[in-house]
Design a protein around this ligand. Structure first.
Ligand code: GRF
Length: 222
């Protein structure tokens, strides 16, 4: 199978990026990461990309008069690398709707909650405060609505009585990494696509997000 070119946008640590690089190197993902771009020049994720020999781009939003100008320059530079998919992996900016529009169906985000619950920030803290019995992460297509696009798949974990936001995040993170890699793999293999506003999974409309099983495989909910 030919490799599937992707770009990854990051703002921080880069553990999801590392997971994609490791899965690709291990032969589990038929992708090529053609660019890792960041709004933060000091993001550790950029150092991870450099060490892996991946092209990087750091663009400082402070150099632009308006948010939309930054976003359109960023996406023009991304387009120059011809990715078939853009993966937001800890990219901590809200994107301009007009810049996002041409990429709908070709851009996904990993969000640390069981969407539609807890869009936005501090998801672990909010899930604990609400007394949730389970928590998780979601991979969704990016649309004009913040954390609101169609959800491809989710990884769910139980919340323990003594969990703190930190322990919950730490336990969830390895599941999140597998979830993201599995979704990118399904898209690269053309098993998942966004058609209009519906996700197609193996040629059928996906009514409910896929669930990640304990072995890391994605499965239809029963
Ligand atoms: C992850 O928890 C992701 O869900 C959220 O930001 C965090 C990024 O972590 N959107 P990392 O930079 O991939 O380590």
């Amino acid at each position: 199978m030919p490799t599937f070119p992707i770009a990854v946008l990051v703002s921080g640590r880069g553990s999801n990026l590392s997971a994609l690089i490791d899965a690709q190197r291990g032969g589990a993902l038929p992708i090529e990461i053609v660019l890792v771009a960041s709004d933060k020049a000091h993001a550790p994720a950029l150092r991870i990309a450099e060490a892996a020999g991946i092209a990087t781009l750091a663009l400082d939003p402070a150099g632009y008069r308006q948010r939309a100008d930054f976003d359109s320059d960023l996406f023009a530079r991304i387009a120059a690398h011809s990715p078939q998919l853009v993966v937001l992996a800890g990219f901590m900016r809200i994107l301009d709707v007009d810049v996002v529009a041409p990429w709908v169906g070709r851009m996904i985000n990993i969000h640390p909650s069981l969407l539609p619950k807890y869009r936005g920030l501090r998801t672990h803290e909010r899930a604990l405060a609400a007394g949730e019995a389970t928590h998780g992460s979601s991979v969704h297509y990016v649309t004009s609505e913040l954390d609101g696009g169609p959800v491809i798949a989710q990884a769910e974990i139980p919340v323990a009585a003594d969990d703190t936001p930190m322990t919950l995040a730490t336990r969830l993170l390895p599941r999140e990494h597998r979830l993201l890699a599995a979704c990118v793999g399904m898209i690269a293999e053309r098993r998942i696509a966004l058609v209009g506003s519906a996700i197609q999974y193996d040629g059928r409309v996906l009514e409910t997000p896929l669930r990640m099983r304990s072995d890391g495989e994605l499965a239809s909910p029963v």
